[in-house]
Design a protein around this ligand. Structure first.
Ligand code: NCD
Ligand code: ZN
Length: 349
């Protein structure tokens, strides 16, 4: 029998870009509506590298989110010369939850990222000692490596040696896109996990070129072949707690996407849970959505599970073509499509 409603422990989003200023005010409500907590990426301009900057950013997020009960979890942006003491103090003071590793120039606002892992050995040793998670954008930036191979090559050249040097470091390989990453994470020790986005589960790289160039489906790491998508779907719906929800919602104003050199990022926050539910249903795995969306991530981070419940209802809803934001507008993931589920909000009991 088909279920018409789905009630879940309130989920968390373990990878979001909330931006700042007008854009923050335009987008944060979409994340705060569905998720109790979110890991907030630090790739602002300038990046978040100090406790003071993270505190101030957290306050701006909380002010923009209003009284929704939403909790932003802050991250520090690792640079070659980041101060290990500042990172450790930030964790101790409850300001930083994790650190983000962007290989220099790997993605949006990654120009201050790490140029060589050797530069941050002291910081990684400290993080390992204090149990602070390292969140990894797992792509090499070597222009000689084909863009579709950059994740697999990163695992071989960077992540493997890093975990040999720091075997107990908690690592989340963010927004994984390949079967190589799935296999790597599944075979690794329990201190290694991965997040998976709605878009990498829903579409393969064919969608980027369907009937023409689709800038709103361009993100990093770029969409991969169908066989990789199938492997990700299998991993996400398998019930393996190493794989959990992280939307990588990454809003860019429409003009920035529809451009001769368009920005990378998919704005999927408005219908994130509906998108995941669709995948889990297609894979006959709806009972496993709660673990993926609401439990495995919190357990990995050592945080309490949320106690509230949310409900999804089986109702067709058309995703709008545009969502107003700032002085421009945003094109959400699934724009113009009909989704079979609708997020109904928190269940009162
Ligand atoms: C992100 C952004 O725009 O900040 N873009 C993206 O395509 N995912 C950066 C990132 O996570 O790579
Ligand atoms: Zn991201």
């Amino acid at each position: 029998m088909q279920t018409d409603t789905l009630t879940l422990r309130q989920p968390d989003d373990w990878h979001t870009h909330l931006r700042d200023g007008e854009m923050l005010r335009a987008v944060v409500g979409h994340t705060a509506r569905q998720f109790a907590r979110a890991i907030v990426m630090p790739n602002l301009r300038p990046p978040i590298t100090t406790i003071a900057a993270a505190r101030a950013y957290r306050e701006r997020i909380q002010a923009a989110a209003g009284d929704s009960g939403f909790t932003p979890l802050m991250t520090a942006y690792l640079t070659d010369d980041i101060d290990a003491d500042e990172i450790a103090r930030g964790l101790e003071q409850g300001v930083f939850t994790a650190c983000k590793l962007y290989p220099a120039n790997a993605t949006t606002n990654a120009e201050h990222g790490v140029t060589a892992i050797a530069k941050i050995h002291r910081v990684l040793a400290r993080m390992q000692a204090i149990g602070m998670p390292l969140l990894v954008h797992g792509e090499v930036t070597d222009p000689d490596v084909d863009i579709f191979d950059r994740e697999a090559v990163f695992i071989e050249r960077v992540l493997n040696p890093l975990l040999r040097d720091f075997p107990a470091l908690k690592v989340v390989l963010e927004h994984i896109t390949t079967d190589d990453a799935v296999q790597f994470v599944a075979a690794a020790a329990d201190n290694v996990a991965a997040t998976i986005t709605p878009h990498h589960l829903a579409i393969s790289r064919n969608a980027l070129f369907e009937g023409g160039l689709r800038p709103h489906l361009y993100c990093l790491p770029v969409l991969k072949r169908e066989r990789h998508r199938l492997s990700l779907r299998h991993a996400a719906t398998s019930g393996n707690p190493k794989f959990f929800l992280g939307t990588d919602t990454a809003p860019h104003a429409r003009v920035g996407k529809e451009s001769a050199c368009g920005c990378a990022g998919i704005f999927n926050a408005p219908f994130a849970l509906e998108s995941y539910a669709t995948v889990f249903e297609q894979e006959n795995a709806l009972p496993r959505l709660e673990g993926f969306a609401s439990e495995y991530g919190a357990r990995f981070y050592g945080l309490p599970l949320n106690t509230g419940k949310v409900r999804l209802r089986r109702t067709a809803q058309v995703v709008p073509e545009r969502i107003a934001a700032d002085s421009d507008d945003l094109v959400p993931f699934h724009a113009g499509q009909t989704l079979g589920w609708r997020f109904d909000g928190l269940v009162e009991d």
